[in-house]
Design a protein around this ligand. Structure first.
Ligand SMILES: *[C@@H]1O[C@H](CO)[C@@H](O)[C@H](O)[C@H]1NC(C)=O
Ligand SMILES: *[C@@H]1O[C@H](CO)[C@@H](O)[C@H](O)[C@H]1NC(C)=O
Ligand SMILES: *[C@@H]1O[C@H](CO)[C@@H](O)[C@H](O)[C@H]1NC(C)=O
Ligand SMILES: *[C@@H]1O[C@H](CO)[C@@H](O)[C@H](O)[C@H]1NC(C)=O
Length: 302
């Protein structure tokens, strides 16, 4: 009996070592626990000079104030029958599958029209961290990215392959903590138990993409950066609304019950955070933008 157990634990240990070696050999494997190793997936992650996320400040000279015309959000008000959510092992990603024609955004100083492809969330181990971008050092517990591609390309992957600095448009919304549930997020957080494990998908009740947007859209930050996950390609124009949306602590807890391992795989590995640390600004400037004919109030954060 004890011999058998000895033998079994030896073979388990052997399997684990073998498994870890396989992971090291797999260049695509990366984790938020070791962001230094992202370099092994793509050198751009550590050598790139225009990486994301960054801290957004309101201080001259790195931030320049400017005014623009209003946004044109087209089909953002169309409500699809469902929203498809997936645990991809790193984050929660989602798509508005059946909105046709696809929602697009233009105006607001954008020189092109961008088509909405998918969205994803970044969060942290506790409510003091989670958002990828920060504003004057403030991090919210959650950040949403609405990922769009420039409509002169066929889709997101063709756009990203172009290498152009504005091939993709990422509109980001930072959430701040509230006592009240955010009703749009409830449609998502109620379904997170159905995507507890990697590669699980679920259909959530449909809602219009515009429900994600904050009430005040007339003030935002803009800069050129990168994907915030490997391969960290520098093809992303980032817009970050200055006005936060809200999320309750109870809703946040739903994000913290997810695993990066597939169902049945032991040991279970929790996705306990899914944000990349702040990157250097280097030679870039950030535009702090106000729409010309549309004023709304945003409380400045400390
Ligand atoms: C790349 O991966 C190897 C093996 O895990 C590790 O030893 C090395 O430190 C990694 N490189 C970086 C830059 O982290
Ligand atoms: C993107 O478009 C290209 C060219 O039309 C096509 O070959 C490719 O399959 C498309 N990729 C996806 C993910 O739809
Ligand atoms: C989600 O999971 C619950 C049980 O946890 C189950 O009752 C429900 O049918 C699932 N919903 C979907 C859409 O899979
Ligand atoms: C996060 O998850 C890793 C395993 O992936 C674990 O080692 C670590 O202790 C966790 N951290 C927290 C704060 O739960």
């Amino acid at each position: 009996m004890s011999r058998n157990m000895f033998f079994n634990s030896r073979s388990i240990a052997f399997c684990l070592v073998f498994f870890s070696l396989t992971l090291i050999a797999d260049a695509q494997h990366w984790t938020y626990d070791d962001v230094q190793a992202w370099c092994n997936v793509s050198e751009t992650c550590c050598k790139g000079k225009h990486q994301s996320p960054i801290d957004l400040t309101r201080s001259f000279p790195t931030t320049l104030y400017t005014t623009v015309d209003e946004f044109t959000f087209t089909n953002y008000d169309k409500k699809p029958k469902s929203v498809i959510l997936e645990n991809n092992g790193k984050q929660i990603v989602g798509e508005f599958a059946d909105i046709t024609p696809k929602p697009t955004v233009s105006g607001a100083g954008l020189s092109e029209t961008y088509s909405l492809d998918y969205f994803r969330f970044a969060w942290g181990r506790n409510d003091k961290e989670g958002s990828e971008h920060s504003i004057n050092g403030f991090h919210g517990p959650l950040e949403l990215h609405l990922i769009h591609y420039n409509t002169k390309f066929a889709n997101t992957s063709v756009a990203a392959d172009s290498g152009e600095k504005d091939a993709l448009l990422m509109i980001s919304i930072i959430y701040s903590l509230s006592l009240w549930d955010n009703p749009t997020l409830t449609k998502i957080t109620d379904k997170l138990k159905n995507v507890t494990y990697a590669n699980e998908k679920v259909k959530a009740e449909g809602f219009a993409p515009k429900n994600f947007l904050p009430s005040c859209q007339s003030r935002f930050f803009k800069y050129y950066g990168s994907y915030t996950i490997p391969p960290c390609t520098e093809v992303v124009l980032h817009l970050i609304f200055e006005k936060t949306q809200y999320v309750s602590w109870a809703q946040m807890e739903n994000f913290r019950t997810l695993y990066e391992t597939e169902k049945g795989v032991e040991p279970k590995v929790p996705i306990n955070h899914s944000f990349r640390p702040i990157q250097q600004l280097n030679d870039r400037t950030v535009a702090h933008i106000q729409e010309r004919n549309n004023f709304c109030w945003v409380l400045p954060w400390s």
